[in-house]
Design a protein around this ligand. Structure first.
Ligand SMILES: C[S@@+](CC[C@H](N)C(=O)[O-])C[C@H]1O[C@@H](n2cnc3c(N)ncnc32)[C@H](O)[C@@H]1O
Length: 403
């Protein structure tokens, strides 16, 4: 397609996606990872879905170097593009990996679902499952009402004893996905990141097994709807995707990914979110010491008061942008979503510089689009409240020079 046609197509999109569509379960709509796992600042699936459709062809390679729970990865897969995703947060890459596993059309979904649902029946309410937990798991006691915590420890015990590796993996993911909701703290990820436990009068028993079963049912129902909507070629395509590693729990710089046709990403915004710490429940329950991951996280909010933070952000993003420009094929597109700060905000200079810097890597701006950040995202923390818009930038690689 000619560049002018691509521009016309991009211009015809409503990038706020705020038209009133009433999705019915049977209609065709992009798979929404957010429905199955709550994670901060994820893409609405329509963004990568639309960009992939306009800017790539079936069989192309699509990368998200800050892949999170895999929104870009899953849209690419279902649109039959070969996906790659990187993220330093092991909880996020695990979510992406498990949804990818479940979207295997050759899997015996009904059997796996049955095995997952049957686990709840052997719970013995007179047994104290808290006796067998690790020191890291004990750190979570203060987050849950006592019976709720005991049932969660039972699920962890099931996870440790399940022999089938595949079921074990999906079980880990499902447990992980209900941990935050089941805690007695409903104030959002920042409280979890800062380890602010619930107050005495906030403890409330929650029905762990109801949550668990409903999560399993909704997940499998959604997977089956989307598999039903794939093209006849998807079965063969999925098999081909299995030939190499596609999801990396590290920075893109440390991966073997060499040539890609399209990059779609939303990097962490400076001093905004603690992606790793926001997953404290899952990391502790599954015995992952997380300080090392926090130290690799770009722009982490927990480092907001250090004066070097903005410079470090700039340096890290420079290294990654330079790397991305090298692995992007000639005429390939890089789509990046960045925040629009007020003039008075010291982060505005950093983002503006970054946008200008792409030119020196041979990436020419094709178009940019402003997007309104919906209020449900803005109320997450005070800093989001001041951020009303973000922009989608579409660049095209026009030079192949080494940088
Ligand atoms: C805005 S979120 C991306 C969310 C993603 N678009 C989705 O829909 O799930 C940014 C992600 O960058 C990750 N991240 C932070 N520092 C990173 C680094 N050095 N390398 C790779 N990923 C990093 C965070 O863990 C977070 O998941």
């Amino acid at each position: 397609m000619e560049l002018k046609d691509i521009k016309n197509k991009l211009n015809s999109v409503n990038w706020n996606f705020d038209f009133n569509i009433n999705y019915s379960p049977e209609s065709l709509f992009p798979f929404d990872c957010r429905k199955h796992y709550s994670y901060p600042a994820t893409f609405i699936p329509e963004i990568p879905y639309t960009l992939i459709e306009i800017l790539s062809n079936k069989g192309d390679i699509v990368l998200d170097p800050f892949g999170g729970i895999g929104t870009t990865f899953i849209q690419s897969l279902l649109l039959e593009r070969f996906p790659f995703s990187c993220d330093i947060n092991p909880v996020a890459t695990n979510v992406c990996e498990k949804i990818y596993d479940l979207l295997n059309p050759s899997l015996k979904h009904a059997d796996i679902k049955q095995q997952l649902l049957e686990l709840c029946v052997n719970y013995d309410e007179n047994y104290d499952y808290r006796n067998n937990i690790s020191e890291l798991q004990k750190e979570l006691m203060g987050w849950y009402e006592i019976q709720t915590f005991n049932k969660l420890c039972y699920l962890i015990h099931c996870h440790n004893s399940v022999e089938n590796v595949f079921v074990k993996g999906i079980l880990k993911y499902v447990i992980s996905s209900i941990l935050t909701t089941l805690s007695s703290q409903n104030k959002g990820w920042a409280y979890i990141a800062d380890n602010v436990k619930p107050k005495m009068d906030e403890y409330k028993e929650k029905d762990v097994f109801d949550f668990y079963k409903s999560r399993v049912n909704v997940l499998f129902e959604d997977i089956m709807i989307h598999l039903k909507n794939t093209s006849p070629l998807y079965v063969g395509f999925y098999k081909k995707t299995l030939k190499e590693d596609r999801i990396f729990n590290t920075s893109v710089i440390n991966t073997p990914i060499t040539k890609v046709d399209l990059i779609i990403t939303s990097p962490p915004y400076p001093r905004m979110i603690d992606y790793v710490k926001s997953q404290r429940m899952s990391l502790c329950f599954f015995n992952e010491a997380f300080n090392e991951y926090v130290s690799q996280e770009i722009g982490a909010r927990c480092r907001r008061s250090r004066k070097e933070t903005l410079n470090e952000y700039e340096d890290s993003m420079k290294r990654i942008n330079c790397h991305l420009s090298k692995i992007l094929k000639n005429n390939g597109f890089l789509c990046i979503i960045l925040p629009e700060y007020a003039e008075s905000d010291d982060r505005k200079r950093v983002i503006d510089q970054m946008v200008l810097s792409y030119e020196q890597y041979g990436l020419k701006l094709v178009q940019d689009f402003q997007r309104y950040i919906p209020s449900n995202r803005r109320t997450i923390s005070i800093q989001w409240a001041s951020l009303i818009n973000e922009k989608i930038y579409v660049f095209r690689k026009e030079k192949s020079d080494e940088h």
